[in-house]
Design a protein around this ligand. Structure first.
Ligand SMILES: O=C(O)CCC(=O)C(=O)O
Ligand SMILES: [Fe+2]
Length: 308
């Protein structure tokens, strides 16, 4: 059997038919935990400059990139094969390299690190501008998700969101691996509330809807021009009492370089995550006790393969 394609719903964020959009969001998050969004408000020129700047950073010599290596507050450059170790992958980390930028109003007061302004004069401005666009788009999606759960549209709007903008580069070839890694990104779920993903169109992203099935069935998430991919993380899965799914995904290498940009949104750290009313019933009683967002993230990050 050849590769299977995931048939994710496409949500038009500019559609006046909110009821229809809400219904598709619900179906997509129940079936896949993944969606496409179109008319998302991030224009092509913005994305183009993000990719151009991303390329400029990753093209630099390793020695230059390592000057910005990620520090204890998770901001900065992460070289290949340092993260994403799967429990059973025998020490094979992700082949991707990436750069993390966080929110400036973060609880931890973590400071961002930036490439040298002399070498890359437009880098910071370009990424900050994308950050703002991605946040505005994420807020629109969070409204639809809230409506899809019979909640007030504002329910998930974080007042002090914790976010990571992750600029990613895949070299495309496993032969560059030092430790025998063979995946761009090992199978994982995202930990937070919402992920907004843009790619340069190069394939490789796959999802597995039933992580316990053997053999696992991996479905390709194809690129759609003009669309962004959205998925939810473990925190929203818990909040919805497992009604919405935080789906396992990975990135295979396809023999060609690949660039992508992921934007991870978490609620404010003091937000209580308590089973949403419309997600509980006699047949589906609450599975988890209430927990504060920061406590949940602390617990889950201890076991997750990604530490952000
Ligand atoms: O690069 C991609 O397409 C996905 C990246 C991803 O899943 C992640 O960074 O969590
Ligand atoms: Fe992910």
């Amino acid at each position: 059997m050849g590769p299977v394609s995931a048939n994710l719903p496409v949500i038009d964020l500019a559609s006046p038919d909110i009821a229809a959009a809400t219904k598709s969001v619900r179906q997509g998050l129940m079936d896949y935990g993944f969606l496409y969004v179109i008319n998302h408000g991030i224009d092509e020129a913005t994305l183009k400059s993000v990719y151009a700047e991303s390329k400029k950073f990753f093209e630099q010599p390793m020695e230059e990139k390592m000057k910005h290596e990620k520090h204890s507050t998770h901001r900065g450059y992460i070289p290949p094969e340092t993260e994403g170790f799967e429990a059973d992958s025998g020490g094979k980390g992700d082949l991707l390299e990436c750069f993390h930028i966080g929110s400036s109003e973060s609880k931890a007061r973590a400071v961002n690190v930036w490439p040298s302004a002399e070498r890359l004069p437009s880098w910071k401005e370009t990424m900050e501008s994308y950050y703002d666009c991605a946040m505005a788009t994420s807020k629109k999606i969070l409204s639809l998700i809230a409506l899809s759960l019979d909640l007030d549209a504002e329910f998930f709007q974080p007042d002090r969101p914790e976010t990571i903008l992750r600029i990613i580069h895949y070299s495309g070839h496993a032969r560059e691996s030092k430790y025998g890694s063979d995946k761009g990104a090992n199978p994982h779920t995202d930990v937070g509330m919402l992920t907004l993903l843009s790619t340069d169109g190069t394939p490789g992203l796959q999802i597995c809807r039933d992580k316990d099935a053997r053999p696992q069935l991996w479905e390709d998430v194809h690129h759609i021009d003009g669309a962004l991919v959205v998925n939810i993380g473990d925190l929203l899965e818990r909040w919805t009492n497992n009604v919405y799914r935080s789906t396992l995904h990975r990135v295979l290498l396809v023999g060609k370089e690949r660039y992508s940009v992921a934007f991870f949104v978490w609620p404010s750290p003091d937000t209580m995550v308590t089973c949403i009313e419309s997600c509980r019933s006699e047949e589906n009683p609450p599975r988890y006790p209430p927990i504060r967002t920061d406590e949940f993230l602390e617990q889950i990050l201890a076991s997750a393969i990604y530490k952000y």
